[in-house]
Design a protein around this ligand. Structure first.
Ligand code: NAP
Length: 235
């Protein structure tokens, strides 16, 4: 079995044939972490945690979604392309490219972003920037409803970063599938944890989120990495 076939074999059963929820998209939250639970290095320094196999799995996962969303912090820090590039060379069909969606309240999106070059060179779609008419973060439930009802996004992949992951896992019932790559790397205490506090920030005790239980847990090894898929449940 090739790594492309392995990725398809692992991911396909995790998705409903046709998303039936008319109120919001089917949401997949995904990220890569070290074995000590860190998604970035000290001061948010980008880390290449995924090996080639799990990266191919992530690109396959992208093809399975209408939209792909990150926070503006990830754009400013990592400058990702969010497009599908690692595809099975034996498959002649061009991959389906997801619609990039950026949470960016204060319109800090840089015009030199790789995402824009990607679009201009025909390798991806023009990003949608989600801002706010009044100050304050975008409400995830409202945004999900808007994307589903008015913009044709029936399946949405959320790829980080730290604040967005925390917001998603703390937002009761808005994630259907969690896909986490665990890489055999130790980052240490200065790294950014998937659900920890950011440098210089503290979470008031009253605002502590209630994290979900994980059901239907599956594991697959891709190269040196382990990928875990699970369905969050908040009851
Ligand atoms: N390992 C991985 O898989 C992975 C993946 C992606 C990123 N990362 C890492 O994550 C770090 C970036 O994380 P980050 O926390 O700085 O940035 P982020 O989560 O990508 O973006 C957070 C920003 O999004 C905006 N936002 C708007 N609505 C929001 C909402 N409802 N909830 C949360 N945020 C909302 C806010 O900025 P405004 O107030 O300006 O709107 C917020 O500061 C980097 O170190 C990067 O390397 C790791």
């Amino acid at each position: 079995m090739t790594i492309y076939q392995q990725a398809a074999h692992f991911l396909s059963p995790l998705f409903p044939d046709i998303p039936t929820n008319e109120a919001r998209p089917f949401v997949t939250l995904t990220y890569a972490q070290s074995i000590d639970g860190k998604i970035a290095g000290s001061n948010g320094q980008q880390l290449i945690l995924s090996g080639n196999g799990s990266m191919i799995m992530t690109h396959r996962l992208r093809t399975m979604h209408d939209g792909i969303m990150v926070g503006i912090g990830t754009i400013l820090n990592d400058d990702p392309r969010l497009s599908v590039r690692l595809v099975d060379p034996s498959d002649p069909t061009p991959p389906r490219q997801p619609q990039p969606i950026i949470l960016d309240t204060h319109l800090r999106f840089p015009l030199g972003a790789k995402l824009l070059h990607n679009f201009q060179s025909g390798a991806g779609k023009a990003p949608w920037i989600v801002t706010a008419a009044i100050d304050g973060h975008t409400s995830l439930p409202d945004l999900l409803s808007l994307l589903r009802r008015h913009h044709g996004i029936a399946t949405l992949m959320i790829e980080g970063g730290a604040r967005v992951i925390q917001a998603c896992l703390g937002a009761v019932g808005h994630v259907d599938l969690l896909v986490v790559t665990v890489a055999p790397t130790i980052v240490g205490r200065d790294g950014v944890a998937a659900t920890g506090e950011m440098a210089g920030e503290t979470t008031p005790a009253t605002a502590a989120p209630r994290f979900p239980r994980l059901d239907d847990v599956r594991y697959e090894q891709f190269g040196r990495d382990i990928v875990m898929a699970a369905r969050p449940a908040w009851d």
